[in-house]
Write a protein that binds this ligand. Structure first.
Ligand code: ZN
Length: 198
């Protein structure tokens, strides 16, 4: 590429980001270098700060600057039920929709026999413990409408059954295999309002 080892390494790393490829990475890196004070230095500082401060929320798995994320730390969000999502991107999609005012639990994926994903690797035991400790009345499953997503939904409903928690699922309207992140905000709000018992 540029022939400079540090620049080539940066381009190779950037090219692995979603939505970028080698070509976009090269253009982005050249733009940053050309605009050192406006782009390169602020970006380097922002990356270093995120690397130093951002962690996984101890309670829900969202990203956090500190022990708890902003949602878990907000006492006003304590009574709205618990919404289970696959990824942080899905959590953010729900938040953009603005219809849900409770807290979240990020699984980190869905059960998959093919990929040997087990309940333990998905924070499902933590979910059951939380539902019990936080005296949760309703757990809303906002999982993608894939086979694995639905298998996971039923597994969670079974695991929560002894606690007497109401388990609901987002209404259909979430396209098969569609990810929450790609839905518009109104669709998410409608799916939440029309949720039903599992
Ligand atoms: Zn949290």
């Amino acid at each position: 590429m540029g022939g400079d080892a540090a620049v080539d390494r940066l381009i190779a790393l950037m090219a692995r980001l979603p939505g970028l490829g080698p070509r976009s990475a090269r253009r982005a890196v050249l733009t940053m270098i050309r605009r050192r004070e406006l782009m390169l230095e602020p970006l380097a500082a922002a990356l270093a700060e995120v690397a130093a401060r951002v962690r996984e929320c101890r309670r829900c798995g969202n990203i956090a600057e500190g022990e708890l994320c902003a949602i878990c730390a907000d006492p006003a969000r304590a009574t709205g039920g618990l919404c289970v999502v696959e990824t942080v991107a899905d959590l953010w999609a729900m938040e953009r929709g603005g219809a849900f005012r409770g807290r979240y639990h990020v699984l980190g994926g869905v059960l998959s026999a093919l990929d040997a994903v087990t309940p333990e690797s998905l924070r499902i035991p933590e979910l059951v413990a939380r539902a019990s400790e936080e005296a949760t009345r309703e757990v809303i499953l906002a999982l993608n409408a894939t086979i694995d997503g639905q298998t996971t939904a039923h597994y969670i409903a079974d695991a929560l059954a002894p606690l007497g928690v109401t388990v609901t699922s987002l209404a259909k309207g979430v396209p098969i295999g569609g990810e929450l992140d790609y839905l518009d905000d109104g669709t998410i709000g409608a799916a939440l309002l029309a949720r039903r018992a599992l």
